[in-house]
Design a protein around this ligand. Structure first.
Ligand code: BTN
Length: 265
């Protein structure tokens, strides 16, 4: 698999010798964190064929069957404060859209914050985690990306079948996972170069891809449920919402659903 992935990378790609492939792993993010603590370098890429404990946001699991998806974690050493990485998940989502467009030939949308979607179905998710040093600076950023590539509807567990899709279910054609993985490595390396240098450009691309903007949303936070309209993405990647009572607030946490998607009708 590594040889196939390398065959799709441009010659002398800076990360080409830092790719590790696992047939089975608990979670590439968990392993990347261990490697970060033992000194792994910027641009370390972990890819697994299957994960036995794939993790999603909000403590959820991420279904990671063999032969079907890309489960990748990338370790960056950005040398900055955590507050300078508020837009990291947004930047990753745009890079993942670039990678899908380059390798599968269509551009997904982004459901704020971190889901790649197409036709109301989730194709991919992102889980970013930071390792801080004793001074509180970022020692490592671990960026996990899971992309459903070849699944057909019946391959998804029944509880996510109505919401999940894959690249091949969108294109109706076979998907070469090595090509998608290489596309992701290229896009993420490019993203890592502009991440700190040009956050405004990252966020302006994010706004273009974000399907949440302009749409009715439901926010669930603890026991609270509120409805509103998504207006904008702020400079830190937060979602600016006009709620039904007319107040405008920026949402940075909680579960935001877009009407018409994932069971919110
Ligand atoms: C989500 O949708 O909530 C985020 C899903 C992130 C899944 C990826 S797969 C590779 C990496 N390893 C993990 O355990 N999770 C991320």
């Amino acid at each position: 698999m590594i040889a196939e992935i390398r065959s799709y990378l441009p010659e002398n790609h800076p990360w080409q010798d830092q790719i590790q492939y696992f047939a089975t792993i608990d979670s590439t993010n968990t392993r990347a964190r261990q490697l970060a603590l033992s000194g792994a370098s910027h641009g370390t890429v972990l890819i697994a064929d299957t994960q036995t404990g794939g993790r999603g946001r909000r403590g959820r699991s991420f279904h990671s069957p063999a032969g079907s998806g890309i489960y990748m974690s990338i370790l960056l050493r950005p040398n900055c404060a955590p507050t300078e990485l508020m837009h990291l998940t947004c930047a990753t989502a745009v890079a993942a859209c670039d990678a899908v467009e380059a390798s599968a030939g269509f551009r997904p949308g982004i459901k704020w914050t971190n889901d790649l979607v197409f036709g109301k179905r989730k194709l991919a998710g992102i889980l970013t985690e930071l390792v801080l040093d004793p001074q509180g600076r970022v020692s490592a950023a671990i960026i996990g990306i899971g992309i459903n590539c070849t699944q057909q509807p019946q391959d998804f567990p029944s509880e996510i079948r109505d919401m999940a899709g894959s690249l091949s279910s969108v294109t109706g054609r076979p998907i070469d996972r090595a090509q998608v993985a290489a596309g992701l490595i290229v896009a993420m390396e490019g993203m890592s170069r502009i991440l700190l240098a040009n956050p405004a450009s990252v966020l302006s691309h994010y706004r273009q891809d974000c399907i949440t903007l302009g749409n009715p949303i439901r926010l669930i936070r603890g026991d609270e449920e509120r409805f509103g309209t998504a207006l904008d993405i702020d400079a830190a990647g937060g979602l600016v919402v006009r709620f039904e009572d007319g107040t405008i607030q920026t949402v940075t946490s909680g579960e935001v659903s877009v009407r018409g998607m994932y069971g919110y009708l």
